[in-house]
Ligand binder design. Structure first.
Ligand SMILES: [Mn+2]
Length: 366
């Protein structure tokens, strides 16, 4: 377990105490009603006022300390330089080398400034917006465009980071969300009628109804289309099954990760507007892991594709928890990723489009 086998644990996790609305209503604040769900505070860089916990469970000081003698301790977070490793008593490995920590990024939806801010906060990029995370591994969970102001800027940044991360020995990868299908569909099929249970529809009309930004479409270039069209729908990383949407519809495209990803690629390469539309509709479904059947649904995906926990975007946490329906008029309270479905599922869409927040989290969450 070199070199990430020993590090400071973040502060013991705070149980979610409920939104202000829930607290006022006197409801059981720690229980959401969705399969024992709870919030997990972000693994933000440790603030000075926070108490840090030694890995043996001893609480020490108010200020992060590096005075431990044993075992050697490495500061959380990338990048780890060779000096860091040597200082911690490890010999850097030339090749293939240890993999870096794993991060996931929730739905961005064109909110480029918020994305840059969160990546900076996690030390994944530098002040100039370049990859600074060494061998770290970053997965975006899809939905780059629509609703927010600069979808193409987001895609450009992720493509740039993908190249820079690869050069640094890490990676930055992305899943295909339903908005990628919608955006590509609006570009490729425009106003062409498609079969819809709700009557005649078109990709362009649906895209505009779902926050499509004309200036994004006008700036969409061939290299964006090639990159977007090849994004995988599912990935498995360190036991985490990464999906965009909280739906079991992936099962309709294959019984293995490769089958599903190949099926989606083939569909985008070869099929017509109706098949694209059908895929868009399936990957726009949500809330499969919520409620009494949620753990079973999550377990079905995990049993088929592997992993012990599903990590998804797509459904903003305030909708998932029902907080957004409380009509409080207040900004939704999203302290971090949302763990639910008997802890088989983690929601990562912090609802940046509804004044929530864009979430970047290091996995595993505990
Ligand atoms: Mn989505």
């Amino acid at each position: 377990m070199l070199p990430y086998g020993s590090y400071h644990e973040p502060n013991p996790q705070q149980e979610y105490q409920g939104s202000p609305g829930e607290q006022r209503a006197g409801q059981d604040a720690a229980y959401s009603g969705y399969g024992g769900a709870r919030y997990l505070e972000q693994h933000w860089p440790v603030g000075e006022a926070q108490v840090e916990r030694h890995e043996q469970g001893q609480v020490q000081g108010q200020v992060p300390s590096h005075d431990h003698d044993d075992p050697p301790t490495i500061e959380l977070g990338p990048p780890l330089t060779e000096e860091d490793l040597r200082a911690a008593g490890y010999q850097p490995v030339e090749d293939p080398g240890p993999v870096g920590p794993l991060y996931v990024v929730g739905d961005v939806h064109g909110y480029l400034d918020e994305l840059v801010s969160e990546l900076r906060r996690q030390n994944l990029i530098d002040a100039e917006g370049h990859w600074s995370a060494g061998r770290s591994r970053v997965w975006f969970l899809g939905d780059f465009t629509d609703r927010g102001p600069d979808g193409i800027g987001v895609i450009d940044l992720v493509m740039q980071l993908a190249a820079e991360a690869a050069a640094a020995g890490g990676y930055c990868r992305a899943l295909m969300g339903n908005h990628e299908l919608l955006f590509l569909g609006a570009h490729r099929y425009g106003d062409e009628p498609v079969q819809s249970t709700a009557g005649t529809a078109s990709f362009r009309a649906a895209w505009l109804l779902n926050g499509g930004q004309q200036h994004d479409l006008e700036r969409l270039e061939g290299h964006h289309i090639s990159w977007l069209s090849r994004l995988p729908a599912i990935a498995l990383e360190d036991g985490h099954l990464l999906l965009h949407s909280d739906t079991t519809s992936y099962l309709e495209y294959g019984a293995s990760i490769d089958e599903v990803n190949d099926a989606v690629h083939d569909l985008l390469a070869d099929e017509g507007a109706d098949e694209w539309w059908d895929a868009f509709r399936r990957f726009t479904k949500r809330f499969a892991f919520r409620g009494p059947g949620g753990p079973t649904a999550a377990g079905e995906l995990l049993g088929t594709y592997g992993g012990h926990r599903v990590v998804h975007g797509h459904s903003p946490i305030p909708y998932l928890t029902g907080e957004a329906n409380s009509d409080s008029g207040e900004r939704p309270y999203v302290p971090g990723p949302y763990i639910y479905a008997d802890e088989l599922a983690v929601a990562m869409d912090g609802g940046v489009t509804m004044e929530g927040r864009l979430l970047v989290a290091r996995l595993p969450l505990d």
